[in-house]
Design a protein. Structure first.
Length: 386
């Protein structure tokens, strides 16, 4: 196989990440002066971050940054599923103006996100749309809009939009911290520089990762399914990589945490035909359980790829698994890990899709196109009775 023959669009988006940083930085700096005023931010006591699909993954991945930077009690920061925030989760009736609801949608067209923002706005919460399109449905549903992205950042399958959204969420967390006085002036600038440092740390090794994932794809391309496993920040990255396997390679690829995997997923039949990708962070509180789960998965016959900035010794891994070491975030900024740790899994997915001649998002299937058209045409439902 000639690697050049299988270089798909998802791979191209990975290689665009450094230029995406440069373009997104200009957009984000412009948005900083136009977003929620500091006098409002300093009074925020609760934050809901939500979105659908990759935007929900970005919301979950940003939680450690908000807990580290914003100065808000950890228990008052959450990333609920958008369907729950728009329909089921009670919003505060008193002091609603101290609650910030951030709705993420790269294209700004998500109906469910618009519902959540509209419901929160009607309740009196401070609402912010994080999107690349200022005239979109989501932008019009919120009090404030934070524009992110570059000219190409909304290209499917959404890798660069995920990066841009997560970048912006880190900045918003720092903005709140600065406004509250719990972080010194200049913290936002430092975060932007650390994002640059971490992004560019992949540049010298990207060709090597690409080559390695191409070789692994030649072995993994014929598996009947895949799973992605992670905890904490790693759960968000597992979700994201699993989503790309579905969208691009057309494969069933659920994401699950390590504990649930050991209780349920271990019982799947023909384990030798289920590629299992683990995401881990050196120093995380879950290291021992992740290591145990990798040993367990390999022990029952699963092909295992473990992506981490640590070694097998760090995690106590003794089983026959592929340990793929990636760069650590800058010291003191571990919460940046999800910004780039999806790179190996995304490259692997791109090659699996290309080797199997898969069309992204089943765009060659007329049934999918018809159903999608009907779904987009449905009106919003805004509930505010609780």
């Amino acid at each position: 196989m000639n690697r050049k023959d299988y270089e798909g669009h998802l791979r191209d988006l990975v290689y665009m990440l450094p230029s995406t940083y440069e373009g997104n930085t200009k957009t984000v700096r412009d948005s900083i002066s136009k977003t929620v005023p500091k006098e409002i931010m300093k009074n925020i006591e609760r934050v809901f971050i939500t979105g659908c699909g990759d935007s929900f993954h970005a919301a979950h991945a940003s939680l450690p940054a908000f807990k580290e930077l914003s100065g808000i009690y950890h228990s008052k920061i959450s990333a609920p599923r958008c369907i729950e925030l728009s329909r089921n989760i009670p919003l505060p009736k008193e002091n609603a103006d101290k609650t910030l609801v951030i709705g993420i949608s790269a294209t700004g067209g998500s109906i469910r996100t618009a519902e959540a923002l509209t419901r929160a706005k009607n309740r009196g919460c401070v609402t912010m749309s994080l999107t690349s399109r200022p005239d979109s449905r989501n932008a019009k549903s919120a009090d404030h809009t934070f524009i992110v992205g570059t000219e190409n950042s909304t290209d499917s399958p959404g890798l660069n939009s995920y990066y841009c959204s997560l970048y912006a969420l880190y900045v918003i967390a720092a903005l709140i911290g600065e406004a509250k006085g719990v972080k010194e002036a200049g913290t936002v600038d430092t975060i932007i520089e650390k994002i640059k440092e971490y992004t560019y740390s992949y540049e010298p090794i990207l060709d090597k990762i690409d080559e390695d994932m191409f070789e692994l794809a030649k072995v993994w391309k014929d598996y009947r399914g895949y799973e992605a496993v992670g905890d904490g920040m790693g759960y968000a990255s597992a979700w994201f990589v699993g989503a790309k396997l579905v969208e691009c390679a057309g494969m069933i690829a659920p994401a699950v945490d390590s504990e649930q995997w050991c209780h349920v997923n271990t019982f799947a039949h023909t384990p030798e035909n289920i590629g299992t990708i683990f995401q881990g962070k050196k120093g995380d509180a879950n290291m021992s359980r992740i290591g145990e789960t990798v040993n367990h998965a390999a022990g029952v016959g699963r092909p295992v790829l473990f992506i981490s900035d640590g070694t097998k010794e760090d995690f106590g891994i003794k089983a026959d698994a592929i340990i793929y070491q990636i760069p650590s975030p800058p010291e003191g900024y571990d919460f940046l890990m999800p910004l780039m740790d999806f790179v190996p899994g995304s490259l692997l997915t791109s090659y699996i899709a290309a080797m199997n001649n898969k069309v992204y998002f089943r765009r060659d299937d007329e049934r999918r196109a018809e159903v999608f058209k009907n779904a987009v045409a449905k009106p919003m439902v805004v509930l505010d009775s609780f």
